[in-house]
Ligand binder design. Sequence first.
Ligand SMILES: Nc1ncnc2c1ncn2[C@@H]1O[C@H](COP(=O)(O)OP(=O)(O)OP(=O)(O)O)[C@@H](O)[C@H]1O
Ligand SMILES: [Mg+2]
Length: 509
Amino acid sequence: MQFKQDFFEQLEGFYSQVYPLPISNPHWLAWSDDAAKLIGLSEPNDELLMQLSANHAVPGASYYAQVYSGHQFGGYSPRLGDGRSIILGEAFTTKPTGEHSLAWDVALKGAGPTPYSRHGDGRAVMRSAVREFLASEALAALSVPTTRALAVIGSDLPVWRESQETAAITVRLAKTHIRFGHFEYFCHSNEGGKDKLIKLLNFTIAQHYPHLSQDYQGYKAWFTQVVKDTAVLIGHWQAVGFAHGVLNTDNMSILGDSFDFGPFAFLDTFKEDFICNHSDPEGRYAFGQQPGIGLWNLQRLAQALTPVIESDDLVAALNTYQAELVQQYLLLMRAKMGLGLGDLAVNTVDKSTSKLAELQAAQNKADLDFIGRFCAVMQHNMLDYTHTFRALGQLDIGCNNPNIADDIIDRPQFDTWFKDYQQRVVAGNNGKMVEIAAWQTDRNSVNPKYILRNYLAQEAIVAVEEGDNSKLVELHQLLTTPYAEHTDKQHYAERPPQWGQGLIMSCSS
Ligand SMILES: Nc1ncnc2c1ncn2[C@@H]1O[C@H](COP(=O)(O)OP(=O)(O)OP(=O)(O)O)[C@@H](O)[C@H]1O
Ligand SMILES: [Mg+2]
């Protein structure tokens, strides 16, 4: 691995240098070829295993833990920081032209205590390391912005949670580890102040938004971009049916990548208010609350930026959030459902811009309502989110008696909606029936057959506990091509068995 150390060299005072503690008897539990390519690695090998399990030093690494704070479940925690994640530096590859590739922070999550560990042991248990790995790589394969995971390294080091478990390390790759909470810390803490905030802001812009200037105009444009990236991320989650579970501001990447995978869940049965986190009985982070929480978190970030950006400008940027989210969500949902736009949103009589915008807004509203009606059908009939979209995209859209699911309860409700669906699909194709085979192929390319259901992760984890990681490897491989049929792997697409339905995970990780 080839590293640069921009954060370490330029932001002294924003981290503590700390060395990881080794884990005993390290062994590869999982490895992602796709993630490895990002930083120029090919295959796992013994020396790399010793390095990433902290038994040997990594050449070129700096080893540091960043300081940040954050709003957790609505309350402000003034000092958090990487309590169990140690960053090695920014890995990159050199292209044949001599140019550097995009750099990825390499972090060892679960590598031992740091000055920010508070009462924690600095470790991650195997089940949580495996879940982080699978979630990162599954979301990436679904084109959802996310941090990545190179590998999971198991060990025989005992750690205590509710009972004794073993420690593991997830090797995380992130375009940045800068979170909303970094800005909050350098605004609100005694160690912060306007100079530090500006330093962090300039660093973030230089590293990740090089087209923006490091002045007031640049700061405004940057915050507007952060609002957009966050809205886009949450649009993706709502479309793919992903509930993060712990949307604290310290788990919000400044780049709008999915970040920190704890008690997350992909929806099985569609339920708007589905809660996946055992520590969230009131549903602050329930699936349907995510759009609102994204905005709430951005408001906390905006607050932390008030020393640098005028409130009016912050509010103007925040006001773009809803439209950006709706736009992203509609883009993805129209593709999932095959709702073309054809000339629907184009006024052929009056091409004036204001009229066009009005028509588009009306079409957006109509489609949102229409998608909402379909969600109500799924919820009322307790349908599986992923199955339903996959099945919808395979229907013969012209037929009169479609079968979306064998176990549908309220058939008339579905039939009524389906008639409107047929009309909407045809209207979106300029009034003509779609060419069915091509329409179905397109649907299959955006509606996954395989998702990371909690019960599948759980089965893989139990097998690892019993000394067998083959299920984990197989599940990971399958999730890298989630749209393919994989006729020999049908069982992975099934609804959860009784024990695995609506699994709610605990935060203890
Ligand atoms: N076992 C642990 N030991 C020390 N600190 C911990 C431990 N578990 C969590 N923390 C710290 O508690 C805070 C909140 O934890 P949270 O679960 O959001 O993050 P995380 O999963 O540990 O890490 P990250 O956000 O980097 O993915 C963070 O500061 C984290 O470092
Ligand atoms: Mg976290």
